[in-house]
Design a protein around this ligand. Sequence first.
Ligand code: CA
Length: 227
Amino acid sequence: MRVLLVEDEPGIAQFISQGLNEAGYATDVATDGEEGLDYALAAEYDMIILDIMLPKIDGLQLLRKLRTQGLKTPVLLLTARDAIEDRVRGLDAGADDYLSKPFALTELLARLRALLRRPPMQQDTVLRVGDLEMDVATREVHRAGKSINLSPREFTLLEYFMRHPRQVLTRSQITEHTWNFDFYENSNVIDVYIGYLRRKIDHGFDRPLLHTVRGVGYCLSAQTAND
Ligand code: CA
């Protein structure tokens, strides 16, 4: 999952983005409202974490602009403690949830998981493709009952495939949803990580789940072309 964090205070931005990266979210950080708007419109984020007090364009104005443009990405607002006015205005402006500063990282991560579970995203925390299972809450992955250890980035990549089973996903779709801007430079990074993932989820099992669709991209499916 890919997350945009719009936060101007460097210490807080660093604390949150580090926590998100460790939890396997590909995170971009924008440090003012204008940059936040540019980022939000330039890439397909799965979630936006938005501070209210921001230079140039404040969080509420930014949120209204995004909603006016039809962007439905879930937004979690970061508000000052006890600022009930801000929360009400934020929810009215189209926020999906809010969190008061200061907060524990574990709570932020729990709120994100809750927002990602809402429709149209999958309600169940366990995703299944064939005999491959991923629990997005506990972050456990099993194939045919055997536990599979994935790095945070491999997990993010596999989660994207598992949320779009049997669909052919292009490299640019995969990049948009699983990599932050730092990784855009290297165009074959996707293929490298697909290779890592294959070794873990397909190697040693009867039939492969992760298929290459020549000239198009990749597809996670329990069915093969011969079925
Ligand atoms: Ca701020």
